[in-house]
Design a binder for this molecule. Structure first.
Ligand code: NAD
Ligand code: THR
Length: 374
């Protein structure tokens, strides 16, 4: 009998052992029977430390100097305190960002460094924003694969190992031409045609897999195109909907790289960041899924131009279509069905197109007047 018991124990050990050859770590967390990557005995002692002693989460934002990260840090710092939210990126932070709260260099491809940052700062929430977006991804597939897929693997392993709640944004770009496009539900065929989309479907599936296998608290929202006034987009297909405001105010002329009738789901940044905080705070039992669509509005360049012209009637538009971006946009959802997010955790957008336009023009107009005055 003892022999049989030890054989079956060894067999179980082998079955649970991850491919990287690291030792399984038995946590009290549901379903965590082994954790990928290296785990030493000193780590086991460290992991026994409880994080419930802190009132607020300790947040790390990767890729934080892009279009969305600084705004999210501002929102989270208001709620959790300045020192509890660390922005990170591989780029040099501008002065105002550097002086607004903790910033740290973190390359998501450097597993050891990332692990050190998470451990040393006792991170309990990680918002993983690093990525190459759709258009820049198509221009550099190898780098996009490294950052969006290999980088994500590092993040998943570290978060599973240290029981960090993980948010990874997905996108309308995680769908493709064979998905239902108007509207696109949460669960349907996902066969994207960009490396960006493929990497985001991979992220959704890997995050959900780690949730089921290791108990990782993975949360994911599929964002529409995000429109922001005080940060620039990083090379996506929906960037036109930000650039038009800057050009309209500064030059009165805008060259649009998508066809006039290209319909895409869009959202103002404040709604996007609030949704991110809300889904991170949602009690686990309210989440019937781990990946949700969220939406606010859906418009074409023509619709947007007409609305902007209500404020700036002299705005002149030229359509000079970029075939790569157009092909991407033609394969993406026109409208997003986000009824599950609304039902499960009470998602509700605040900005419709008229408020969005007013807010964008007020901000960019005021900024431009300030620059002129200076
Ligand atoms: N902005 C949108 O419209 C939108 C829509 C849907 C989903 N998303 C997702 O939200 C996230 C944030 O988007 P964003 O618009 O701020 O992106 P962005 O392109 O503006 O910023 C991405 C950041 O990642 C950083 N980065 C690149 N390689 C890195 C590395 N090796 N290590 C660490 N950082 C690295 C870049 O320096 C950059 O600051 C992305 O994952 C994106 O896919 C954005
Ligand atoms: C939609 C989103 O993922 C991004 N703005 C892009 O266009 O690539």
């Amino acid at each position: 009998m003892p022999l049989i018991r030890s054989v079956s124990k060894a067999a179980r050990h082998l079955l649970l052992k991850p491919p990287c050859g690291c030792e399984p770590l038995f946590h009290a967390v549901r379903n965590i029977s082994d954790i990928p990557r290296q785990v030493t005995s000193s780590d086991v002692t460290y992991h026994s430390v409880s994080f419930s002693e802190t009132d607020h989460p300790k947040v790390l934002i990767t890729g934080g100097l892009g279009q969305l990260g600084v705004g999210l840090a501002t929102l989270l710092r208001k709620k959790f305190g300045k020192k509890n939210v660390i922005l990170s990126d591989i780029r040099m932070p501008p002065n105002n960002v550097y002086h607004s709260g903790p910033f740290i260099y973190a390359d998501i491809l450097d597993y050891k460094n990332l692990r050190e940052i998470v451990v040393n700062n006792r991170i309990t929430w990680l918002v993983h924003y690093s990525a190459l977006l759709s258009a820049v991804g198509e221009a550099n597939v190898t780098l996009a694969r490294d950052v969006n897929i290999t980088g994500l693997h590092n993040i998943l392993d570290i978060c599973a190992e240290h029981r960090v709640r993980l948010f990874v944004p997905s996108t309308i770009g995680a769908f493709g031409p064979t998905s239902p496009r108007n509207p696109t539900p949460d669960l349907c065929i996902q066969r994207p045609r960009t490396i960006y989309g493929v990497s985001k479907v991979h992220a959704e599936l890997m995050g959900e897999y780690y949730h089921h296998k290791y108990g990782l608290d993975f949360r994911c929202l599929r964002y529409p195109g995000i429109i922001s006034a005080d940060s620039q987009p990083g090379g996506g297909t929906t960037d036109y909907a930000v650039q038009i405001f800057h050009d309209a105010v500064k030059t009165g002329k805008f060259v649009c790289n998508l066809k006039a009738d290209t319909r895409l789901p869009m959202m103002f940044i404040d709604d996007c960041l609030r949704a991110t905080l809300e889904v991170m705070e949602a009690p686990a039992e309210t989440l019937s899924m781990r990946t949700y669509n969220i939406n606010a509005m859906s418009f074409t360049p023509e619709d947007l131009v007409q609305e902007v012209q209500k404020h700036l009637p002299d705005l002149h538009i030229i359509y000079d279509v970029d075939p790569i971006r157009q092909a991407i946009a033609d394969s993406w959802p026109m409208n997003f069905d986000d009824s599950n997010a609304r039902k499960d955790w009470g998602w509700k957008h605040e900005y419709e197109l008229p408020e969005l336009i007013q807010t964008m023009l007020n901000f960019i107009g005021a900024n431009s007047r300030l620059t002129h005055a200076n």
